[in-house]
Ligand binder design. Structure first.
Ligand code: NAP
Length: 293
């Protein structure tokens, strides 16, 4: 990396942000493109989103990734917002236009879909069971529905949050409470793509069978099991699913692909996702704590 006075600056804003993998992933992506960009982590305290936008314009920061706790605030503050980000009221990408206007977009859900497509899995016509109904789950549900999934069961501890997601496409969605074991079993029976979008399993060893969001006896060998949690890469859920014979997909693919889509928005070019994944795996191998996005 050869940083000069002409180098374009991008970064991630969040709080906390010190363990973020994004600088490693994005700088590997910029290097693969051969562009003169650098990516840094910027700790931004809660309630300072408005000041951040002023600073972004004043300093000419070309692009910012947005993570907790600023995604919703940014959706209210940007000059322009994509239809997807408006639907979710969540922005994970800020882009500075040449006119000084800042556009907010969301690449999280499409990142998950792209990561599945990269390993030959299409969500189209699938019956999906998604555990969790937080911010990540909302963006994933929106993308799965846009990419033609046939049915989506959303299972969550707090039923009200799952019902919010059902409103995206009431004819194709159903909300289930985690406590309703019969409903969860029925959903797992019809599901062929199972997604963990809860934080259960995060920072827990793969051998910890209590760190799984549902009874693993419900898994069948013909199912695809995806975990959004990427620390550790092999979660207890993926460990169990592999033992049953399911196809498993870890959370790193989504993290890489949502970043690649951000770089495409900023530079107009799609980076080498394999190079980004190699850099992320090397960083994860060397870390012992949860690495937020
Ligand atoms: P969030 O908005 O805080 O949502 C957390 C979800 O997990 C909620 O549905 C919550 O249920 C559920 N949950 C948490 N603890 C639980 C427990 N003990 N029992 C049952 N349910 C529990 O978080 P998020 O932003 O959606 O992130 C969720 C996970 O996805 C995190 O691990 C995050 O690191 C990961 N993630 C990965 C990527 C990627 O690129 N791979 C991107 C984004 C997020 P309630 O609604 O009942 O509280």
């Amino acid at each position: 990396m050869n940083i000069t006075a002409r180098t374009s600056v991008a970064g991630v804003i969040g709080h906390p942000v010190t363990h973020s993998l994004s600088p490693v992933i994005h700088n590997a992506g910029f290097a693969s493109l051969g562009v003169d960009w650098v990516y840094i982590a910027l700790d931004l305290a809660p309630n300072r989103a408005q000041e951040c936008l002023v600073g972004m314009r004043a300093l000419g920061i070309r692009g910012l990734s947005v993570t907790m706790p600023h995604k919703t605030d940014m959706a209210h503050l940007v000059d322009e917002i994509s239809p997807q980000a408006r639907r979710l009221m969540s922005v994970n990408t800020l882009s500075l236009g040449i006119d000084g206007r800042i556009t907010g977009e969301s690449t999280d859900g499409d990142g998950l879909v792209s990561s599945l497509q990269a390993v030959g899995i299409s969500p189209a016509e699938r019956s999906v069971v998604m555990f969790g109904a937080g911010g990540a789950a909302r963006s994933v549900a929106d993308a799965l529905l846009r990419h033609g999934c046939a049915h989506l069961d959303i299972v969550n501890r707090t039923l009200a949050s799952a019902l919010v997601i059902c409103d995206y496409a009431p004819d194709r969605c159903a909300a289930q409470s985690t406590n309703d074991q019969a409903a969860v079993a029925a959903a797992m029976q019809r599901g062929d793509l199972i997604i963990n979008a809860t934080s259960i399993g995060m920072g827990r060893p793969a051998t910890d069978s209590t760190a799984i969001p549902f009874d693993p006896a419900l898994l069948r060998p013909n199912q695809v099991v995806v975990d959004l949690v990427y620390h550790p890469l092999e979660t207890a859920l993926l460990h169990c699913a592999a033992a049953v014979g399911c196809t498993t997909v870890d959370g790193l693919g989504m993290l890489i692909h949502q970043a690649a889509l951000q770089q495409q928005l900023w530079t107009g070019q799609f980076p080498d996702v394999q190079a980004m994944a190699r850099a992320a795996r090397a960083a994860l191998d060397g870390s012992t704590s949860q690495a937020p996005q």
